[in-house]
Design a binder for this molecule. Structure first.
Ligand code: ZN
Length: 267
């Protein structure tokens, strides 16, 4: 049985080599090898724990916030009769930075100040722009006055079908008339002053939930990778399409029984 004898011979040679190698190693070298093996074992254990925690957290979030499919666009994008918002141009030219939707790092650090009714999550998308920068509608819709979703120093609400698009931290243009139709090039106002950095906040609300506004821009308008600013971490919420308004006082960041505040003032 040549295979068995060959295997046996190979095993003997391997053992001999190991014995010789072990015999040649100094006590320091043996200690170093043992140390390295110990560290590798510990690192593997830590990695497994972190991965299992991450998977558990992702599963919990997915259960709490089910994803949804957005309705299909009727006809051509950007037509006045659209039943959902569709941005065909950026509301501010050349935004300087981008603030992501949901669990971004600004929301993590400031949820007590701004996002307690939103489960600690950012309900919109921010576009960094200097005070005075013109703000255009970017889409077709109906001007319905100021919005309660973001008020300071002013705001503009545009109604599109069952959606309310809020242009937050905006000084409204004085020519706007209630219930007038707006088109992508309609001037809505200018970027106002904001303590956490001047920017335009856009949120898209449907009933009691906020959609990720980036999903309503035509392809090619948004290139997040070119902008700095606060962004969502890699994870399930960064790809979720909406967040619900919190009703159970639970918080994404892990604190319970938070105070519910009025939405006014949410960035
Ligand atoms: Zn914002």
């Amino acid at each position: 049985m040549p295979h068995r004898s060959n295997a046996g011979a190979a095993l003997l040679i391997m053992v001999a080599v190991l014995v010789i190698m072990g015999g040649c190693a100094s006590p320091e070298e043996l200690a170093r090898r043992q140390g390295e093996a110990f560290v590798q074992t510990q690192q593997a254990a830590i990695g497994q724990t972190a991965e299992s925690l991450r998977l558990t957290a992702e599963a919990a979030i997915k259960d709490a916030i089910p994803d949804v499919q957005l309705p299909q666009l009727p006809g051509q994008p950007g037509q006045p009769a659209a039943s959902r918002p569709q941005f065909s141009r950026l509301p501010v030219a050349s935004p300087e930075w981008y603030g992501g939707f949901g669990a971004n790092d600004f929301a993590r650090d400031n949820w007590r100040k701004y996002y307690t009714q939103l489960g600690g999550l950012h309900n919109g998308t921010d576009f960094g722009a200097d005070v005075g920068t013109p703000v255009y509608a970017g889409l077709y819709g109906i001007y319905t006055g100021p919005s309660t979703d973001a008020t300071k120093p002013g705001s503009v609400a545009i109604s599109v079908g069952g959606f309310r698009v809020t242009f937050g931290h905006v000084v409204p243009d004085t020519n706007l008339k209630l219930n007038q139709e707006v088109s992508p090039d309609t001037l809505l106002g200018t970027v106002g002053d904001h303590p956490s950095g001047d920017h335009l906040h856009i949120s898209i609300r449907e009933g009691s939930r906020y959609h990720n506004a980036l999903l309503f821009f035509e392809p090619g308008l948004i290139n997040q990778s070119e902008w700095g600013g606060y962004t969502p971490p890699a994870g399930p919420l960064s790809i979720h399409s909406f967040i619900p308004m919190s009703t159970d006082k639970a918080n994404y960041w892990g604190e319970k029984n938070i105070e519910l505040l009025d939405l006014k003032g949410a960035p």
